[in-house]
Design a protein around this ligand. Structure first.
Ligand code: HEM
Length: 260
């Protein structure tokens, strides 16, 4: 009998990529189906797939940093940043949706929200921004809570970077030590070429996520104005408070102290 993957015993594109399965995963809740709900679902699913790939690369970066394999660590982190550049611009696709079209199906989403994106929180935790309050919000979701607890307890990208800096002969005990080490690295790029290149990629990773947050906020305000979020927050007001989150605050602060 012919299956949805075809009869041929040779591997096909559809079979390898499980395209028929993939195409079954977009299930609008509105009835009659609101035109823009398909875009809304596809864009979120696309983000989740890219988050999966980012986590794969972040895990590899941490492992290779710990092993002192700088070429591989650089390469993996470069991959993360390339994906993030796409994630920043991708949010604008949603702005093609008319605010009135979004309101047609928005109530159906309640109380689900991007706030509950497990993989986005994994990305934050794996990068170094761990937050017990956010972890606690996942307690009712066993699958997510287990993954996030593991990430919460594991060394992060920030931990691996500062351990690498310590192996380079710098003191990294306090925030001030870390700022001073980064000032030295920034002051003598050729002497500390590997650490210089790594801090440059790390600040880029931070910058891309902050840019994503900013673009997401503008898109949300364009759609909703100052309405409350489906997740229960006060919406744009809450999101603005997240703009100050940084994975590598010491690397940013070092710029303030740099002199020639
Ligand atoms: C029309 C589209 C969207 C609207 C109106 C929207 C709105 C919101 C609002 C109001 C919040 C605050 C939490 C709440 O009360 O719900 C939020 C958080 C969030 N949204 Fe969206 N969002 C949209 C699309 C997206 C997309 C495509 C993603 C991609 C994954 C996303 C990811 C997130 C994340 C990760 C948070 C948590 C941010 C944080 O707490 O730091 N959102 N969103």
């Amino acid at each position: 009998m012919a299956s949805e993957y075809g009869q041929d015993s040779l591997l096909s594109y559809n079979e390898y990529l499980k395209v028929p399965d993939l195409l079954k995963l977009q299930r609008p809740l509105s009835d009659p189906v609101s035109h823009d709900e398909l875009l809304f679902i596809i864009i979120h699913q696309t983000y989740e797939l890219w988050f999966k790939q980012i986590l794969h690369e972040l895990d590899a970066t941490i492992k290779w940093l710990d092993e002192g394999r700088m070429f591989r660590a650089n390469h993996a982190l470069r991959g993360v940043v390339s994906i993030e550049r796409i994630l920043v611009t991708q949010i604008h696709i949603l702005e093609s949706m008319a605010p009135i079209g979004f309101l047609e199906f928005r109530d159906k989403l309640n109380p689900a929200s991007g706030f509950q994106s497990m993989q986005f929180r994994e990305l934050e935790f794996a990068s170094g921004a761990k937050d017990e309050k956010i972890l606690a919000t996942f307690k009712q979701d066993e699958f997510a809570y287990e993954r996030l607890t593991r990430r919460f307890n594991e060394p992060s990208l920030a931990d691996s970077f500062w351990a690498l800096v310590a192996r380079g002969g710098f003191s990294v005990e306090t925030d001030e030590d870390r700022v001073a080490a980064t000032v030295e690295i920034l002051s003598h790029p050729e002497k500390h070429a590997e650490l210089y290149n790594m801090q440059d990629l790390l600040i880029e990773h931070d910058e891309q996520i902050i840019s994503w947050r900013y673009n997401h906020i503008l898109m949300v305000e364009r759609m909703l104005g100052m309405k409350r979020g489906t997740g229960g927050s006060d919406g744009v007001g809450y999101l603005m408070t997240t703009l100050s989150k940084k994975f590598f605050p010491e690397i940013w602060e070092a710029r303030t102290h740099l002199k020639i």
